[in-house]
Design a protein around this ligand. Structure first.
Ligand SMILES: *[C@@H]1O[C@H](CO)[C@@H](O)[C@H](O)[C@H]1NC(C)=O
Ligand SMILES: *[C@@H]1O[C@H](CO)[C@@H](O)[C@H](O)[C@H]1NC(C)=O
Ligand SMILES: *[C@@H]1O[C@H](CO)[C@@H](O)[C@H](O)[C@H]1NC(C)=O
Length: 301
């Protein structure tokens, strides 16, 4: 008897072919970068393709907040979802009942989309998940910091090696101050650059890392003049390369600074890498000339 009842019930459901079917999407992700959120809801087996006979309801955790009547072409929202509207009115008759909501009104949770076409209806549930994203990836952040630290470190090493060779204290002090300034900007920049979720401070941080690095270019020239003594063309070559690195880093900064999810992080990193590694040429040169001088000195003895 019970089985018969169930069979009759099931038969009734199937006979009316009352169910609308959906392109099932379990969840969509929202990040800080989404200005609007689109909750997809796509019916795959509409029969009439006529907006007039359709009705759409959206609920969040079982509470209705949006409805659209195809007959009157009017939608109704509750106050917390005043921005909600169908993604595309024209495509509703093709089965697209997706909803757009402004970023400020979208709350994470399980949304259900209920569509009616004459006497057929169906419902699909979609979860809106909020995902925290940082501005750059952790690897990009690490590389930016690494190369900037190297650039500053090599600068200080060169200064330490050559400091005794400067006759004028003014230049010595200027180079020392340049090193302190660039180090302070970089440290402040690092602390602003890193955060779990994207914030405008991240952009200021990158600016503080990249833009003041211009100080390194002329300072490097004065240092290399001493390091490379009799090889001015090497000093000039290194400085030209360093300027090129700076230019690339600034271009990269410009490309990244307006994007919520920068895709050109590699350009900034490449520029900083060139800035960090070119002084090594000067250092190697200094070490080589020093050791060759030592060799000469030892052969003289
Ligand atoms: C948020 O934006 C991303 C990238 O543009 C997009 O793929 C995703 O579908 C959006 N999320 C929602 C819920 O609209
Ligand atoms: C709107 O949101 C507030 C706070 O979350 C809630 O108390 C209120 O019941 C909501 N209004 C409706 C109509 O759901
Ligand atoms: C949405 O529903 C899924 C499955 O029922 C559940 O795992 C999840 O926790 C729900 N999400 C929220 C925000 O309630």
């Amino acid at each position: 008897m019970w089985a018969l009842g169930a069979w009759v019930l099931l038969g009734a459901v199937c006979a009316g072919s009352a169910q609308l079917q959906f392109n099932v999407i379990k969840s969509v992700e929202q990040t800080i970068c989404n200005q609007t959120v689109i909750l997809p809801c796509i019916v795959t087996n509409l029969a009439q393709k006529n907006t007039k006979v359709m009705f759409v309801k959206w609920k969040l955790e079982k509470k209705e907040f949006f409805s659209f009547s195809g007959e009157t072409e009017m939608s109704h929202t509750n106050e917390n979802f005043s921005s909600a509207k169908l993604e595309s009115l024209q495509n509703l008759k093709l089965g697209v009942a997706s909803l757009t909501i402004s970023k400020t009104q979208a709350v994470p949770g399980n949304y259900s989309c209920e569509v009616t076409e004459s006497n057929r209806e169906g419902e699909t549930v979609i979860e809106l998940v909020y995902r925290i994203v940082s501005w750059f990836t952790p690897i990009e952040n690490s590389l930016i910091i690494l190369f900037m630290v190297l650039a500053i470190l090599f600068y200080w090493i060169q200064l330490a090696i050559t400091v005794s060779k400067f006759e004028t204290t003014l230049l010595k002090i200027s180079l020392f101050i340049a090193g302190v300034v660039i180090s302070v900007f970089a440290v402040v920049g690092f602390s602003l650059l890193i955060s779990d979720e994207f914030m405008p401070e991240n952009q200021i941080g990158l600016g503080l890392i990249v833009l003041p690095a211009v100080i390194l270019v002329p300072s490097q020239y004065f240092l290399l003049q001493k390091v490379c003594e009799n090889n001015l063309s090497l000093a000039i070559g290194v400085v030209v390369l360093e300027s090129l690195g700076y230019l690339i880093a600034v271009i990269g900064f410009g490309l990244c600074v307006t994007a919520c999810r920068p895709i050109n992080g590699a350009v900034v990193i490449a520029g900083l890498a060139i800035m960090a590694l070119t002084p090594v040429v000067g250092l190697i040169h200094a070490i080589l000339t020093r050791s060759s001088k030592k060799d000469q000195a030892s052969t003289h003895n």
